[in-house]
Every structure is written in structure tokens, then in C-alpha cells.
Design a protein around this ligand. Structure first.
Ligand code: UDP
Length: 349
């Protein structure tokens, strides 16, 4: 581990799937993460596993980001003692399907938390922000691969709409506070787990996302996977996404912070993906080829809110951040499977 101290970073949603991998990457790069999480979709046991993996003690405030003033008063003395150099804001609800069924919860939680984070920056004088955005802001893009300059299409779900609105809020905030700077990281589909199998994705209840559903179905924990839609205008009829290893994604956050350090006034959107379109069928086949494990599956109708295909142009991430993925799709699926195989039966939904 690099022991140089590059500053303390507040990581909202730091116990979550992408947050926890980013905490490891921050520590490796010499930052001091302080986590803020309400464990709405994560478990406090992540903190012990982070300690085992990094050998560092991890501080986490248990708090709900939508409680703007109450959390501000808890952050203030911490900031006076050791100032926060920046914030990485992950804390949000993230399931497309669920957002169609429960839109108000998504607007309340995701926009409320975003407003809080910007208020904390203003009140405490924190100038750097890395925001967890999504390729969902593009809707169904007209041209592929999609670059950051693509016009935003209407979002296909309330979840996507909250990400678009958060990006706009941050843009307005930076314009009004030009000593601040932000990177909006537009993730494609984060998958996989830490190669140690100590961190990974464990949604509470039955998974919504493809890879955790697939690994749990392959383990026999849940019913067979349903392939949502076989009549898309794609080569094999199933929907195409761009799957990126979560550790590559995590490193992108650290590189975004490094990039922001001397760029007051910028608000820059950057794609993070593998730049490769992969269909649901191709993903199932790659999983079985990489792990030897068959995936029980059936086909079904399209899922509401899904777009047919989206994959990234990541030229900007390479140019601005010097970022490139290091893991393959097969690596990511092997790591996801190793993570699944060490999960105790008590994790079974
Ligand atoms: N998908 C699927 N079965 C599932 C879950 C997802 O066929 O049980 C498909 C989904 O329709 C999409 C792709 O897998 O085309 C990725 O879905 P996921 O929910 O992981 O991410 P999204 O792209 O929606 O953010």
C-alpha cells in the first residue's frame, strides 16, 4: 500500500458494491477514505472485510444522506479535525425495474442525497466531487459507441431520470461555485468482484442485475435466469451492454480525483466502460466457458425500461485520466463466480 497522504475523501455509499471496491483503490493510492452509509443495500460486514483486505481501520458514519442538516452537523467537527479534500458520491438507489414500480422513492432518495452532498460542499468548503453517474443518461443513443458529447435522450426510467437531473444539479452548482470541480463518471455495466473474493456484489433479496442473478442461479440458490427479450435488433436478438470489471471502475474514481486536483470550475462527464458490446447470450456463454459452470436459463419478454443496446466510447477516459481497463470479461465473470462460491448459505435470498 502507498502510505503517502493525498487527503481525506468522504465516500457516500462506501459500503456498497462499487463504493467498497473504490475504498480499496483509494487506500492503495494514498487517500484516506471516510465512509458514510445507511446500509440500505449493503451490510456492515463489508467494513470487516475491507479491514482484512487492506489492513487499515475503516471509519464509517452510519447515516442517511437525505438528512442534510443532521449529517452536516456530524461532518463539521470531522472536517475541522482533518479537512475533506473531496467527496465521491455513490449513495443512491440503482435498480431500473424497481424505479419504474416505485418512482417517488427514487426521486426522493437520489435527488435528496444529491442536494445534501452539494450543500455539504458549500457549507464546509469542499471543492472536489466525483459523481457516480450512468450510461443510462444517454437513453437509447442514436450512434454507437456512445461518447460523452452524445445528446441526452429522454431517460427510459425514473432511475435514469434521477441520474440526468443529478448531473444537471452538479453542473449548475459548479457554475455558481467556480472554485469547485466535478467529474461525472458515466458507468456502463459494472460486474465482477475483487480478485481476493473478499468483496463483491450482494444485493439484499433477489438480485435485479444480470450477473448477480446469473451467479446465484448457477449456484442453484434461485430459479433459472430469465433472458429478458430475444427480439431486440441485435445480432442474436438479446440486449447488448458494455460490462466493466468493478476494480477497473474503482480505479477510475481515484484517477478522476487526481485529475480534478488542479482544475477549478470544470464539470466533466467521462464514460467508464470496456468499449465492447456484449449480448446477454454472449455473456452466459462466456461465463460457462470461463468457469465450467452451466447457467440454468429460459427466455422471456423484454423488461420495461430496457434499451436495446449501449456500449461506450472511452477515448476521453484514456485522454484525460490515463485510464484503461485491465481485466477482461472472462476475468470479471471468474471473479464474480469465486465471490459467489465463498458466500455462506445465510446470504441466500
Ligand atoms: N437481464 C436479463 N435477465 C435478468 C437481468 C438482466 O436478461 O435477470 C438483462 C437486461 O434486460 C439487460 C442486461 O441483462 O439487457 C443487463 O441488465 P442489468 O439489470 O444487469 O443492467 P442495466 O443495463 O439494466 O443497468
Amino acid at each position: 500500500m502507498n502510505t503517502a497522504h493525498k487527503g481525506r475523501i468522504l465516500v457516500t455509499g462506501g459500503a456498497g458494491y462499487i463504493g467498497s471496491h473504490t475504498v480499496v483503490a483509494l487506500l492503495e493510492a494514498g487517500y484516506e477514505p471516510l465512509l458514510l452509509d445507511n446500509f440500505a443495500n449493503s451490510s456492515p460486514s463489508v467494513l470487516e472485510r475491507l479491514h482484512t483486505l487492506t489492513g487499515q481501520s475503516i471509519t464509517c458514519l452510519e447515516a442517511d444522506c437525505t438528512q442534510t442538516d443532521a449529517v452536516l452537523e456530524r461532518l463539521r467537527p470531522l472536517h475541522v479535525a482533518i479537512p475533506f479534500a473531496g467527496i465521491i458520491h455513490f449513495a443512491a438507489y440503482k435498480a431500473v425495474g424497481e424505479s419504474m414500480a416505485r418512482p417517488l422513492e427514487y426521486y426522493h432518495n437520489n435527488l435528496g442525497a444529491m442536494t445534501s452532498v452539494l450543500r455539504w460542499m458549500e457549507e464546509l468548503g469542499i471543492s472536489l466531487l466525483v459523481f457516480s453517474s450512468s450510461c443510462t443518461v444517454y437513453g437509447q443513443p442514436e450512434a454507437l459507441p456512445v461518447s460523452e458529447s452524445a445528446p441526452m435522450q429522454p431517460a427510459s426510467s425514473p432511475y435514469g431520470h434521477t441520474k440526468q437531473m443529478c448531473e444537471q444539479m452538479i453542473g449548475d452548482f459548479v457554475r455558481a461555485n467556480p472554485s469547485c470541480a466535478a467529474v461525472l463518471l458515466r458507468y456502463f455495466n459494472p460486474i465482477g468482484a475483487h480478485p481476493s473474493a473478499l468483496l463483491g456484489e450482494l444485493p439484499l433479496g433477489r438480485p435485479n442485475n444480470l450477473v448477480p442473478y446469473l451467479t446465484q442461479a448457477a449456484a442453484g440458490w434461485i430459479p433459472p435466469l430469465t433472458v429478458f427479450g430475444t427480439d431486440y435488433p441485435t445480432p442474436d436478438g438479446t440486449a447488448v451492454r458494455d460490462y466493466i470489471h468493478v476494480c477497473d471502475l474503482a480505479r477510475g474514481h481515484v484517477q478522476a480525483l487526481d485529475y480534478l486536483a488542479h482544475k477549478p470550475g470544470i464539470c466533466q462527464a467521462i464514460n467508464l466502460g470496456a468499449s465492447e458490446g456484449v449480448s446477454v447470450r454472449q455473456l452466459i456463454d462466456t461465463f460457462t466457458a470461463a468457469t465450467g459452470a452451466p447457467v440454468p436459463h429460459q427466455t422471456g419478454p423484454r423488461r420495461a425500461g430496457d434499451v436495446a443496446q449501449v456500449y461506450a466510447d472511452t477515448t476521453l477516459a484514456t485522454q484525460l485520466l490515463g485510464w484503461q481497463p485491465q481485466f477482461s470479461l472472462a476475468d470479471a465473470l471468474r471473479h464474480a463466480w469465486a465471490w459467489q462460491q465463498q458466500l455462506p448459505e445465510t446470504s441466500r435470498p
